[in-house]
Design a binder for this molecule. Structure first.
Ligand SMILES: CC(=O)N[C@@H](CCC[C@H](N)C(=O)O)C(=O)O
Length: 375
């Protein structure tokens, strides 16, 4: 099959983005596709909305794992594409439609070309939250079928098609979600002295948060605190009894993560005193850093550098997060950025990656896995 076929697969998947652990139609689409492949080397299992597909090797001495995440984001698509999201309010705004179609392309090749080593394709739910990698790793299936090596990619809008960017060691940050609920006293807009306004309290809190990275974190140790969502109140002339801020913390070291969480807790106590209200903090789900094993990453980087028609970029670490970090905490492997050349970035409603990157990535990965003495 021509690898441009997977552009159509991507377009199908792009229309049905679903949130973490709700990827029912996505799972059904993937399973239908996989069950139509030649089955003689395949073993298919499911885990929640995820899927494991084993391609049993001819003379296996190890399992090589390839992971693709499958969930979408709760955001409105702003493109005019003919194949735009049909699930209003959800979008594949982080490229997981690319990740899945590339994985299907590589799987399709090996389903008809039995590898020497066993390959395990892992279609993982809930990367954007609350995190599927950790519970999947703890599943009975992955305890019995532990890969000896793991590979994954993530699309990179800022790089051209034909490029691969990665580095040995630290690639992505530690992350922690952040949810804070404010409870004060509502009232009539004309009587502020009888109420405790949670819109004002939340606004002060968000402003104070900005001082943490600027004044508490060692400038040589990068960190990010972003509030992506604020909600509060019910009507323009009612003082808000409740507000909620939602955000994320990113650090390159665990000590900075702990320090930032400590500072946030202190600011929360201060807001409670200053505004005579109650706040509750929930640090949500936490992902460990993505750390590329030096040896296998180096061999992959050499492979890309020496391959015709592909360009290697040795990139800096990024403040993005990825629960693939949990795989790499236990299993040697690597993640890389795949150039997709989009004017609009990840998590933008206008993200429009160049689909030529799909056949490029499928061929690159097939070549790499072949060179890895798999066939
Ligand atoms: C590659 C990417 O964009 N990953 C997400 C991971 C989200 C982690 C977690 N749910 C959080 O928001 O902290 C990212 O936002 O970096």
């Amino acid at each position: 099959m021509n690898n441009t076929h997977f552009i159509n697969v991507r377009r199908d998947l792009h229309q049905i983005p679903e949130l973490g652990f709700e990827e029912f139609k996505t799972q059904e689409y993937l399973l239908t596709y996989i069950k139509n492949l030649p089955q003689q080397f395949l073993e298919i299992d499911t885990w929640k909305t995820g899927i494991f597909v084993k391609v049993v090797g001819i003379a296996p001495t190890r399992i090589v794992g390839y992971r693709a995440d499958i969930d979408g984001l709760p955001m409105e698509e702003e493109t005019d594409l003919a194949f735009k999201s049909q699930h209003k309010g959800n979008m594949h705004g982080c490229g997981h439609d690319f990740h899945m179609s590339i994985a299907l392309g590589v799987l399709t090749f090996f389903a008809s070309n039995q590898p020497k080593e066993t390959l395990l394709f892992i279609f993982q739910p809930a990367e954007e939250g609350p995190g599927g990698a950790k519970p999947m790793l703890e599943s009975e299936y992955l305890r019995r079928n532990r890969p000896d090596m793991m590979i994954a990619l993530h699309i990179a809008p800022e790089y051209p098609v034909g490029t691969v960017a990665t580095r040995e060691g630290l690639l992505f940050a530690n992350t922690s979600e952040l949810f804070i609920d404010f409870l004060g006293k509502g009232g009539h807009a004309a009587y502020p002295h009888t109420a405790n306004d949670m819109v004002v309290a939340a606004s002060h809190f968000v402003t104070q948060l900005q001082s943490i990275v600027a004044r508490n974190v060692n400038p040589l140790d990068s960190a990010v605190v972003t509030i992506g969502k604020i909600t509060g109140g019910t009507k323009q002339n009612i003082i808000a009894e409740r507000a909620r801020v939602e955000g994320t913390i990113r650090t390159l070291s665990m000590s900075s993560m702990e320090e930032i969480k400590g500072r946030i807790s202190a600011l929360v106590r201060g807001i409670e005193v200053a505004f005579d209200c109650k706040l509750s903090i929930d640090f949500g789900s936490n992902y460990c850093q993505v750390y590329n094993n030096e040896e296998v990453t180096k061999s992959f980087m050499n492979f890309v550098q020496n391959r015709a028609n592909s360009e290697l970029i040795e990139c800096r670490e990024a403040m993005t997060g990825e629960d693939f970090g949990y795989f790499l905490e236990e299993i040697p492997g690597f993640m890389f950025w795949l150039g997709v050349d989009s004017e609009f970035g990840l998590h933008s409603g206008s993200l429009n990656p160049n689909e030529e990157a799909i056949p490029f990535a499928i061929e690159l990965l097939i070549d790499y896995l072949k060179s890895y003495n798999l066939t």
